[in-house]
Write a protein that binds this ligand. Structure first.
Ligand SMILES: [Cu+2]
Length: 292
């Protein structure tokens, strides 16, 4: 009897914890309400299954407890029960997976008017690159990464000269404008994650991953690395500031471009050591504008 009561208390306690808990997700600051909706659907389905199973267990412990003279019957197969369990489980799993597929399609279908921002992960810091006045990002190649060119930009690509580079600082974004986030890693797996944006994605060395979102709330948001990437992983934090267009433009005007950051002598030596044509797109290159 005590076991049955404990099981019932676990079920009731879980519901009370959910209702009374102060720990809930952060207020959303992007267009991705769909992500919250899929989480809520999964939460209710798994919550209902959890309650049903635990309460059924409590009932069975009490109902079929040991009694003098009572004997259990052995029933290894039950076609009817197996059919019902298969149908209910199948419907439950499909209900959890189907919304995710629909949301994923939207998550990677970038609107035509989205501007591009490149985010580069490196043990253990973030760097950002925004297109300059031409609106296009120049190409990049990991073979060009050096202390003078930490993001591996192609110095021969004219599109890259005016690219704005922010290393270790804040990323600013204008509110209400869709942005395509291009993700690169210089060394190991990282994952760009801002909880309020409800968006995250792995950064894979040698590849460019992407998603898009529209910031919907002004404010300062913390960037976390959501992929264990070495001993400095917990300290790999950054800041995204969402602000009105005028303030964003003022911030942008203060940033430095690739051309300003790399002196002519440094660029000449980089070109000598790696001989790449302007339009080079190797396996691990190509964050060029509009190629995806
Ligand atoms: Cu990381």
């Amino acid at each position: 009897m005590a076991v049955a009561i404990i099981l019932a208390l676990v079920a009731i306690g879980s519901v009370l914890f959910h209702v009374l808990s102060p720990w809930w997700w952060t207020p959303i600051a992007s267009n991705w309400h769909y992500i919250d909706n899929t989480l809520v659907i999964t939460f209710w389905i798994t919550g209902a299954v959890f309650l049903t199973v635990v309460l059924f267990l409590a009932f069975c412990v009490w109902r079929f407890r040991h009694q003098e003279g009572r004997r259990a019957t052995y029933e290894p197969e039950s076609g009817k029960l197996e059919l019902w369990l298969s149908i209910v489980t199948g419907v439950g799993v499909a209900a959890m997976l189907a919304p995710g597929l629909l949301v994923w399609k939207q998550f990677i279908t970038v609107p035509a008017d989205a501007s591009e921002v490149e985010i580069v992960g490196q043990q253990w810091q973030w760097a950002y690159r925004l297109p300059g006045s031409d609106g296009r990002l120049g190409t990049s190649d990991t073979r060009l990464v050096s202390s003078d060119n930490p993001l591996g930009l192609n110095p021969k690509d004219p599109n890259g000269q005016d690219d704005v580079i922010v290393e270790g600082g804040e990323l600013h974004l204008p509110i209400g404008k869709p942005v395509k986030v291009l993700l690169r890693s210089i060394d190991v797996l990282h994952d760009f994650y801002v909880p309020e944006f409800r968006a995250k994605m792995d950064m894979i060395p040698g590849a460019v991953t992407y998603f898009w979102f529209t910031p919907t709330r002004n404010g300062t948001f913390e960037v976390l690395c959501a992929e264990l990437c070495g001993v400095g992983h917990p300290h790999m934090r950054g800041t995204v500031v969402v602000e009105p267009e005028a303030e964003y433009q003022a911030w942008l005007a203060q940033q430095r471009t690739f051309a300003q950051l790399s002196s002519p002598t440094k660029r000449a030596s980089a070109e000598q050591s790696v001989n790449l044509p302007v339009a080079s797109r190797g396996n691990d290159s190509g964050t060029g504008g509009g190629s995806r």
